[in-house]
Design a protein around this ligand. Structure first.
Ligand SMILES: CC(C)(COP(=O)(O)OP(=O)(O)OC[C@H]1O[C@@H](n2cnc3c(N)ncnc32)[C@H](O)[C@@H]1OP(=O)(O)O)[C@@H](O)C(=O)NCCC(=O)NCCS
Length: 276
């Protein structure tokens, strides 16, 4: 199967527009310009042609993420069969996103090809409520010196295959854009952080984390309230959460977030590789 490695973002834009113009409307690909420019720059992002369908592959440490473009589910299934023969046992992760009637037939094709479900995310959202006074003592914008702590905490407490963990470059950009709040204990040590993206009319919460020993003591509340204050001008607030993360979901429901119909089934193929 012919493979082309992207060297710059316009090549990706051209690839996606050609795929769409060819009627490949069945896809799990959502462009993220900042992140994908980084992938182009480090040579980790490629297109693989499977005849009637197209794939994009992002090579990460220990596994690769697979994105597909196909006309329909049957065509995707045939292309996936060819793809897995080509990759052998290389660990591959694919997200299939959508409401049940659209997502489940695609998930079925992946499982027939040898993929198995490793997790499921559900999207939750709320209409931004009117701002109310709140406390967030001990919370401030993360600084560059906090980057190693945040990076390590993400890699220790979240799952790289499931949580699309950011690179250090991306974390540095979020710190520069003041998109990370950090909470410190009385001695100044980090107790947790929250990372979010402010889009023109919406807030996208990316990661909310409190050190295990500090949970249930209001640290999460202070971080969440700091983020809500920064996002008071938005109209809608949303995020993805693992559907079995009852601790977090209880808290999100407490803040007025509700489940949407859209889910993300995360599927894996091949052998897990140890991180270097
Ligand atoms: C989720 C997490 C960040 C919560 O942190 P925390 O410090 O324990 O949270 P808090 O105790 O401050 O609770 C946050 C809010 O939920 C409320 N709350 C606490 N327990 C609750 C419960 N059982 N049900 C409903 N609401 C609850 C609190 O009152 C607080 O609301 P407030 O701001 O109105 O006072 C923490 O458990 C964690 O790091 N988990 C691992 C990472 C994770 O799962 N992140 C979320 C998915 S991305």
């Amino acid at each position: 199967m012919p493979k082309t490695t992207f060297t710059d973002w316009p090549q990706v834009v051209k690839f996606v527009s050609q795929a769409r113009n060819s009627g490949h409307l069945l896809t799990n690909f959502y462009a993220d310009e900042g992140r994908m420019k980084e992938w182009c720059a480090d040579g980790s992002f490629s297109a693989v042609s499977a005849g009637n369908a197209e794939f994009l592959v992002h090579d990460r440490q220990g596994f690769m993420n697979l994105f597909y473009f196909a006309n329909d589910v049957e065509t995707l299934g045939c292309a996936l069969n060819r793809f897995v023969i080509e990759i052998g046992t290389r660990r591959t992760i694919a997200d299939v996103i959508g409401p049940d009637p659209l997502r489940l037939p695609v998930v079925g094709k992946f499982t027939q090809t040898g993929f198995s479900q490793i997790s499921e995310l559900v999207r939750m959202s709320r209409k931004t409520p009117d701002a109310k006074p709140c406390v967030f003592a001990g919370v401030s914008s993360a600084q560059t010196c906090d980057l190693p702590y945040i990076h390590k905490a993400l890699h220790t407490h979240f799952e790289p295959e499931v949580d699309q963990l950011p690179s250090k470059v991306e974390l540095a950009q979020w710190i520069a854009h003041k998109a990370i709040w950090i909470c410190r204990n009385d001695g100044g040590a980090p107790a947790g952080f929250i990372i979010y993206e402010l889009l023109p009319a919406s807030l996208y919460l990316r990661y909310w984390f409190v050190e295990p020993a500090m949970r249930g003591k209001g640290v999460g509340s202070r971080l969440m309230n700091a983020m809500f204050a920064a996002a008071a001008h938005t109209r809608r607030q949303y995020f993805w959460v693992k559907s079995d993360n009852a601790t977090a979901i209880d808290r999100y429901v407490h803040y007025g977030f509700a489940f949407e119909r859209i889910k993300d089934t995360i599927l894996a193929y091949g052998n897990p590789e140890k991180e270097q």
